[in-house]
Design a protein around this ligand. Sequence first.
Ligand SMILES: Cc1cc2nc3c(=O)[nH]c(=O)nc-3n(C[C@H](O)[C@H](O)[C@H](O)COP(=O)(O)O)c2cc1C
Length: 313
Amino acid sequence: MSELSVTLAGVELGSPLVAAAGAAGSGPELLEVVPRGTFGAITTKSITPECRDGHPPWRLIELPTGMLNAVGLANPGLDAFMTEVVPSLDPNGPVFIGSMAGHSIDDYVTVASAFDSVDSLPLVEANMSCPNTGTGRQFTDDPMAMREAVSAIKSQLKQTPLLVKVPLEMTPGYPIAMAAIEGGADALTMINTVPAMSIDVDTRRPRLSNGSGGLSGPAIHQLAVRMVAGVRACFDEGQCPSILGLGGVTRWSDAAELILAGASAVGLATALFADPRLAVRVGRGLERWVRRQGVSGVSELIGAVHDEPTIPG
Ligand SMILES: Cc1cc2nc3c(=O)[nH]c(=O)nc-3n(C[C@H](O)[C@H](O)[C@H](O)COP(=O)(O)O)c2cc1C
């Protein structure tokens, strides 16, 4: 095991860095531009049973502090993904995380069952919190709906650990994240993009065709750090399920913050659009940090922030 090895939901990753859903095309394309070993895992685009074109332009806007998107879950659909992408996933490369989405619990169940039938997706992630579709919000607004949906998805998974992607929460006790755990999530992925809006002041129209979208990048980083630390603080020592933390990581120190807050692995999305190789620099910075901290591996630093009792759980 290298000093950057970590375990996420029981699966060993050679690096804590994860290419987040939406940042890596269907998945394997990213390996053409970054050296092997950079990412411990690559998350696929969220796959729905049917092919989706997503929302019409404009659906991506660059902002001074990140990005606003309303892509609307554009993806090739489950059949095309299983026949065209899955056979190309290299079992000797990074772990591939199969991301799933849908309009209904049945949609998630269909995708979960297909993903569970293949060995090349050792982890799956249910995107239960897309701010750009009505169905994403149905689970994030209601803990009971979240618990039921996660439990239905989990029942399809005979061999694959389940990550559930939850939204930013400000409510004490993090009811949506807790409902996902009660439903059977093996790990939490947090945070998804944050609902946001931009208006063209000349036309007086929203700049995104969908009206509003999801904010990502540096603007949401500190919100993600706080939520990861807060969720972790809700659990007794050693009881918190593993967390894939993400939101606004552009530097090694952003990744280190999420790890100290309690993330076992750290995702990158927006930053990879500008420069996929930035992940190489983040990985090197983490290696140097681990040595400076005088520990034998990054896993010793997970949740190792001091003053934890002051973090609101
Ligand atoms: C253009 C774009 C597309 C995305 N598509 C997905 C997706 O298909 N599924 C998903 O779970 N998250 C998706 N996300 C959310 C990211 O995975 C991530 O949670 C969010 O962007 C925060 O991380 P970041 O600040 O590093 O971008 C997308 C984000 C962006 C910017």
